[in-house]
Design a protein around this ligand. Structure first.
Ligand SMILES: [Zn+2]
Ligand SMILES: [Zn+2]
Length: 257
């Protein structure tokens, strides 16, 4: 399994795209599609029209607004060039209502010759090809369900918190994971209400006994502090400060980088 960070920032950040990850197992999966992540996806060299599976953690704009551009492009490509394969979109309860409304705003959608399937998930595992996905509700918003996802392939695991505060579900999601990419919106000096800060990430990493911690989803203020050192106060394993287009291989221990 290989994970490429498409965005390690938030809605508006001078140097980072917002939330998004490209997961490559037996097939490519995009997890969240925040502003500017589509541009980074193009830079990976992957043909965007081969992507058939999207996972969304929740629907704050910093996690899904580039979907609109992606989808418009997919319609045009299918109408004027080659028909793209079907697209399946997974997300929390509310996904069907939201996407049915959004898709109606695309004037040519009914002419697009590819299938779109919407699937709402909550806490039950499911499979995409050979990849096992386990969603779990996180603590982040009172207005909508926010999911974290654990992705398992060939005996290796990567956990994605989405936006989250510390909770038993988050620790469970990350338990013994080879890699965990956690919401580190803020430094420990400027903790925010509905996100974790760097020390929280370190505490979760220790409690869940993860193998490698990736800090991500930085507000600008987090970039002004040494968030790795703050997380290190609680977690002694490897810690990486995420950056856009960083690729992480989740293989056997000797292959991890
Ligand atoms: Zn959010
Ligand atoms: Zn967010």
């Amino acid at each position: 399994m290989q994970v490429t960070i498409l965005g390690s920032g938030t809605n508006l950040h001078p140097t980072r795209a917002a939330a998004g990850y490209l997961i490559q197992t037996d097939l490519p999966i995009v997890l969240d599609f925040g502003p500017r992540t589509l541009s980074n996806l193009l830079k990976t060299g992957l043909d965007r029209h081969t992507i058939q599976y999207l996972l969304f953690t929740h629907y704050h704009a910093d996690h899904f607004s580039d979907f609109l551009t992606f989808f418009f492009d997919a319609i045009c490509h299918s109408m004027f060039s080659d028909v793209r394969p079907a697209l399946t979109i997974f997300g929390p309860p509310g996904t069907k209502r939201l996407f049915r409304t959004m898709l109606r705003t695309f004037p040519n959608f009914k002419d697009a010759p590819f299938r779109v399937t919407l699937k709402e998930v909550h806490d039950q595992p499911f499979a995409i090809g050979q990849t096992q996905i386990t969603p779990l509700p996180m603590t982040h918003s009172d207005q909508q369900v926010c999911l974290g996802y654990r992705v398992e392939y060939q005996g290796r695991s990567a956990a994605f918190s989405g936006d989250a505060m510390v909770s038993p579900n988050l620790v469970s999601l990350c338990q013994d994971a080879d890699l965990a990419i956690l919401d580190c919106s803020f430094s420990s000096h400027a903790p925010g209400g509905s996100h974790m800060h760097a020390e929280d990430c370190g505490k979760v990493a220790k409690k869940a006994k993860i193998k490698k911690l990736i800090l991500s989803h930085f507000y600008e203020t987090a970039d002004r502090s040494n968030v790795v050192a703050q997380a290190r106060r609680h977690f002694s394993g490897p810690i990486i400060k995420g950056k856009d287009l960083l690729t992480l291989k989740v293989g056997r221990a000797s292959q991890m980088d």
